[in-house]
Design a protein around this ligand. Sequence first.
Ligand code: DC
Length: 208
Amino acid sequence: MVIAVDGPAASGKGTLARRLAAHYGLPYLDTGLLYRMVARAMRDAGKDIHDAEAATVIVSTFDEKAFAEDSLRGREIGEAASVVAAMPAVRKGLIDRQRRFAGQPGGAVLDGRDIGTVICPEAPAKLFVTATPEVRAARRHKELAGRGELATFDGILADIRRRDARDSGRSDAPLKAAEDADILDTSALTVEEAVAAAIAIVDARRAG
Ligand code: DC
């Protein structure tokens, strides 16, 4: 069974996707990390993040194993990932590896922005995880503080609004819920409540 989990930045989709993967015993892919790797490789090569030609070369040559996950999780790389993710050649260059992962025997859980719409449109279970920008900013603020990254709540809220606008407004595979996705608003839910709701959604889809 393939489970597609999409949603905006800091919506809680990563936590939910990881928990769903553990619950159903499926492999998990955080596809945002792939875009973050391209952004990191651009930075490491000294390229301007808006240089689409350089990004086209990097997306076909970068080595997934070359990056420590911690070096990909920061605020600045998230922002840069959102810029390269708007480039059609970058999106195209990452499709095959995502589909190969999803095509494993038994299935997989993938989270991102376009899993239910573009990467795995046939997935039997699709969740679109959302929360208000303020709730997402508060969660990101806490997460970054835990990593020792100092940022104000207002600065993070501005980041989130900018990223939402860029991820939703791009012409190629914009962030949006698939027509057959179940929407899960986690604004007022604890992690455990959100996990229970997500499992109930997937079980209902599996049943029929
Ligand atoms: O989920 P994340 O914050 O790690 O993603 C970083 C950026 O990558 C995000 O702003 C948009 C992009 N992205 C995408 O366009 N499509 C995906 N499937 C996953 C991420």
